[in-house]
Design a binder for this molecule. Structure first.
Ligand SMILES: [Zn+2]
Length: 131
């Protein structure tokens, strides 16, 4: 981590606001998606006898929808974790730098993705590993 250049306090405050807002939005999305998935599960498990007439294809679609909602929740949860990490870095005043090489992240990128934690190079590396 380079000691010479640290993000200005005023800027950190701006990004903290951005992160806080995004955190709120994602939390309510997770809540919403979770409720939806739960409702579907309840509907299925309390299904009456007439549900036996359902085609298998319909059931499969329903399951797919639920899995899809759940995987969305998973993704959102990951973003939420990254936002929390970013907020921690704001507290530590290490925010705005690649966590791997300490390179300064372009402000444009931080404005688009305030929880960005890697420079482009390391981001690409990370993505190719996860593929
Ligand atoms: Zn890097």
């Amino acid at each position: 981590m380079p000691k010479t250049e640290r993000m200005k306090k005023e800027k950190l405050i701006v990004f903290r606001k951005l992160l806080d807002r995004q955190r709120g939005e994602i939390s309510s999305q997770i809540q919403h998606l979770g409720d939806e998935a739960l409702n579907k599960t309840l509907r299925e498990s309390s299904g009456n006898l007439s549900s036996h007439t359902l085609h298998m294809a319909d059931l499969a679609t329903d399951n797919y929808d639920r899995d899809f909602s759940l995987s969305l929740v998973g993704n959102e949860q990951k973003v939420l974790n990254r936002i929390d990490e970013a907020l921690k870095r704001i507290e530590d005043k290490t925010y705005g730098y690649c966590i791997k090489c300490g390179k300064k992240l372009p402000e444009k990128r931080l404005k688009a993705v305030p929880y960005a934690e890697l420079c482009i190079k390391h981001q690409e590396e990370e993505e190719s590993v996860n593929k």
